[in-house]
Structures are given as structure tokens and as C-alpha cells.
Design a protein around this ligand. Sequence first.
Ligand code: SF4
Length: 713
Amino acid sequence: RMNDLPGAIRTTCPYCGVGCGVQMQGGRGAQALGDITHPANHGRLCVKGSALGETLGLSSRLLSPMLRERRDAAMRSAGWNAALDRIADAFARSIAEHGPDSVALYVSGQLLTEDYYVANKLMKGYIGSGNIDTNSRLCMSSAVAGHKRAFGEDVVPGCYEDFECADLIVLVGSNTAWCHPVLYQRIAAEKERRPELYVVVIDPRRTASCDIADLHLPLAPGSDVALFNGLLLWLAAHEATDSAYIAAHTRGFEAALAVARQSAGDFETLARTCGLGRDKLQSFYERFAATEKTVTLFSQGVNQSSQGTDKVNAIINCHLATGRIGKPGMGPFSMTGQPNAMGGREVGGLANTLAAHMEFARTEDRARVQRFWNSPAIASKPGLKAVDLFEAVHEGRIKALWIMATNPVVSLPDANRVREALRRCEFVAVSDVVRDTDTAALADVLLPAQAWGEKDGTVTNSERCISRQRAFVPAAGEAQPDWWALSQVAARLGHGAAFAYRSAHEIFDEHARLSAFENGFAEGGAGRVFNLRGLVGLDAVAYDALEPVRWPVLARGAQSGRLFGDGRFAHEDGRAVFIATAAQTPAHAPGEDYPLVLNTGRIRDQWHTMTRTGLAPTLGAHLPEPYVDLHPADALASGAREHELARVSSRWGSLVARVRFSGELRRGQVFVPIHWNDQFASDARVGALVNPVVDPISGEPEFKHTPVRVEDF
Ligand code: SF4
């Protein structure tokens, strides 16, 4: 849909990490059309983006602050002052009695960058604890850790145009057709224009993305490191590496090769480990070796693993070995799940990062941030990552928790334990746009947040492109921006002067100035890659009119394309690093009691826990109820029947869903979507089943591999 709407407000879609530009015209009855001027989508929208107008109703909204005096009392409406006083009192008391690490913020890739910035500043700079983590931990923290190890900084080297000038696109652990539909549309259009563009899909499931694939590798769950180690060995053995590039711009190649060799075995063994036929495996390796212009896109199927970071580095290793990075049509490409996962990474929304891509491990970075913020108590160490954070709540080490724009009782692994943790917690505040969620039900204070269409700020998509999200309807009820609520609590904790923000624009300017502050780039040196120097000092009008711009932005009106094309990386010696990755099996193997492997993921027409997409009748028509997809032979063995209800159980919990035979799965595998929760169907939270195992480096949970059994219900 490429037409233009006169007088429409241009904003960005609140769903996936493609970050499409949207035109909205007509208040709460608004019609959504793609923004033809936005570089991410050039006017395209997927079905979720097209149905945005159906999600603007107020029926489920939280319209005023609410609180209760005791957990067994009913929630009652309260004024903002009473609700904010209550949060500040609970935090202040806990900090005074038990120290700053006894409180925490758990935030979201749905927040705007400005909200994220203020949350991070309050927790790390003024409360003095690292205990702020985000639900982005669940989707791409392995990519962050992999980027830092290989490049020295969390940087996606390429951009979306690379998919249109590649000759080989490898999609790994990504149902791009359903999860990042507009990027998939761009790839499909290019494939139609240039049928010789070769597409490989690497995924245990035969997903909708296979519709344009020339080759599908249904690899055994968890065998990605073995697959890419095998590719590295193949490239070396067939003289397909770029030895001049390796010598000039990298280190660690021989060690990575040696470790790959130790764990690979012969080609027959490797094919068996990956669950693939020899011919298919060889065909992929030959194609990769022979195709200079190769992009490897990876997403949650890679990241959500107990070896997610190694999987990311095993992929990057193959691009470094061939020098295929930062050049047109080449590079490893991490697709983020959420609309502002990247923006959160920029301001330090992850517990183990500071702000503006600065690091706890570097003393001078901590000093820089503290100087810039004039902060009394900068956190001295990383905080707890999501799964550990909720475990600390369960154990009573964290006593006051503020959750913003996310629903962890549904989305975290071992979700029944998370629910129990919140029940035990001395104080829980929840900021959200909707009234009734599984998490809100356990809150002591509920704060009404401004929703998409009401709030104002910026987001960053998967290709480092910063775009404005603009308001086009008045705020519902008493809803306020999240940055405002955070600033009000900061003032009540005695930090009013540092949080006297009057607008998102003021916060963005501070964020841009911090990114440029004492950054080597400012003096023409190496410095951090992330730098918004060219956006410092925008006035309110210029900020409002800001056009999409890819960082780093080093001068007004400039923007960046691909990075690292000159072979200089962000490590101190300027080299990229090969990481030696030894293939491991997933943490929990299937066995007699739980013989099948549960994989979880998104479906095409729903988003996260459905608090927004669940409102759109158009979107409900696609797959209207929770389902468990399995192979007919496994259903037969377990007594489950197609279209009937079945119970799926793991060591951690169970759910009930309708049996579906999509034909996408091999024997031994089960797929359940992540979206449904107790607000839509009882006993439907797949998070309750998922093992709470995490990657030891990134802390990202293993959502793709939990042993389960299926029984007739
Ligand atoms: Fe929104 Fe993603 Fe669809 Fe674009 S592809 S319209 S960002 S959900």
C-alpha cells in the first residue's frame, strides 16, 4: 500500500524490530498506512501494522493510578501523588534498610529511548545499583554479547539494503516471514526480481520463510555451533578463506579453527550431529564458500539458547574468515525482536552495560558517566540479568520492584516461579497501558502509562536507524509518559535537580550529549562507534521533525551506512576477534518422562502477550486460539488427536492447547506460540513450561529447547 495520506502524522510501528514507518490519520479511529518515505519499509506494512487502527480503543486501558494498602485488599483509584509517594517510600525504605541492590527495575523493549534513558540514569547513577534489566534480555542479549566479543562493541555492521544486493541470504533461527514480515517482503521482492538470489533457511521447522528458500536445512535443535564450526573448517580446507583479511584485520583465527576441529569429527559425524543429509550440508557449504555477497540473518532461534552467544560468534567467525563484513551485500545481521531493543542497548537498559555503549569493566567509563551525570552513586558492578533478577525477588534479596511495559508472569521462563516471586515480594509497582495482565494482578501500585499513539520520543530499529515515534491522539485518562513517572519518583528520592525534564526532547538531547561526551571520535580518535554528536543541540522543532537516521551520526545532516568496511573494529587494537566455540548440547535432553523437545515462538498476527494485538478482530482470525503443533506420529504415540485438546507438560509446568498438525515439524519436536496467557485462555502460558536455563555469558534463556510430554486432555 504505497499511497499517501494528506495531513497524516508520521510515526513508527510499535511491534517488531524492522521498525516500519507508519502514517496515521484520524484520531482513535485512525487508519494506518505505510510511510513511503521511511527507509525501513518504503510504504509497506505487514498485517499487524495495517491493523494498528483497530487497537486504539480504550476498553482495556488503565486510566488512572491505582493502589492497595495490603495484598488481600482490592485495588482502588488513587491520585498520581499518592501512587508516586508509595513507590518512592517503598524504594527509599528498602535502600535505607538493605542497600541499593535490594531494589530493581524491570523494563521493556517497548519503552521509548527517552524512557529507557531516565530509568537507567535513576537506577545506575542515582540509586547506585546495576539492578535494571529489560525483556530485551529474552530476545537478543546473546547477539549483544557476541558483537562485543567479536567487534569490541555492540554494533550491527550492515543495513537492510544489504539484503537487496546480496547473492546469498542465509536465514538462521528466524521465521522472517512471520516475525519480521516487511523485511521478508523486501527479500521476496528481490528474489522475484533476481531469481538467482539464493536463499537458505536453517531452522528445525519448515516455516513460512521456506516459501522462498532454495535450500532448507532442518537442523537438529541446538546444533548451530557444530554447523557453523563445520563451515569454518570447510572454508579453510577448500581455500575459501581470505587470508590477507584475516592477517590484517583479525586475531584468533587459528585458535578458533583448532577448537572447531576438536569438536567436529568427520563429515559423516557432523552431518549426523546436525541431523542433516550429507548432500544438503555439502550443498550449503559449497554455496557459502563460492558466494562473495553473503548476508547471514539470525534471530531468536540462535539467541535463545544456553549456547546463544557462542552460536552468534560461530556465525560471525565465518564472515570474518571470508572478509565478508561491512561491504555491500555482506555481513552477519542480527534482527532484534522488539521495536526498541536497540534503543535500550544504546542507553544501557541491560543490567550489564552502562550508557552510550560504555562498560562497567572499564573504570574510565564509569568515571565518565558519573562525571556527565554529576551522579552521587554510580553503580560499581553489573546488576542481575532477568532470570537471576526474578530469582533474587523469589529469595527475598530484592524487596521492591518496579516493572514497566512488560508482562514477566507470562513471558519469562519457569513463569509459575516468577508469579510466586511477585507474590512474595514486599512491594511491586507496575506501569502499563492495560489494566488486567497476569503481572498487574500482583501489583501494589499500578501506574497508567501513555500508549503508542499518545507518547512521544524515539526508537532504534535493527539496522541502527533512529526514528521518531509521534503522538497523534491525546493521552487516555490520566496516563503519563514513563519518563515523567520515573522523574517524579527520582525527585521524591531527593534527586529532583538531575531529573527536572520537561519533555522527551530534553532527554534525547542529554542522551545525544552523553554519547559524544569524552568520546574519542570527538577528537578524531578511535572512540566508541555509538555516537550521536551530530544530533546534539537539536531544538524542539528539529527534534520533532527528525528524519530517520542511522547511527553513528557524527555531523548534523549526516548518517551512516555499513560499518567496519575499512577493516577497523572497536577493540583497542582495531582488530576483530575470532571466538573459539566448542559445540555443546542443550542443557536438558529429552528422556523417558519428557521425550519431546518444546520450541516456542511468535505467530504471524499476534504480538507478545496480546495486550494490543488481542484487540484487533482482523488479527484474531488468523490463528484464534492457543495450539500445540506436533508431528502426527508423536501425537499418535502420546494419544493426542488433531483438533482436540492436549496437555503439554515439562518438569516446570504445563498448559492445555489444541493439537495442530502444520506439517512443519520433524518427529520429536513440539511448537507452542508464546502469546496466549491467562487473560485470554486459562492454563495457556507456555512460559510456565520453559526451563529456566540461560546462556552463561548473555543470560538469555533457552526458550527453544525444553523437554516435554504431550497427553490427551
Ligand atoms: Fe510493524 Fe514489523 Fe510489521 Fe513493520 S514488519 S509493520 S515493524 S510488525
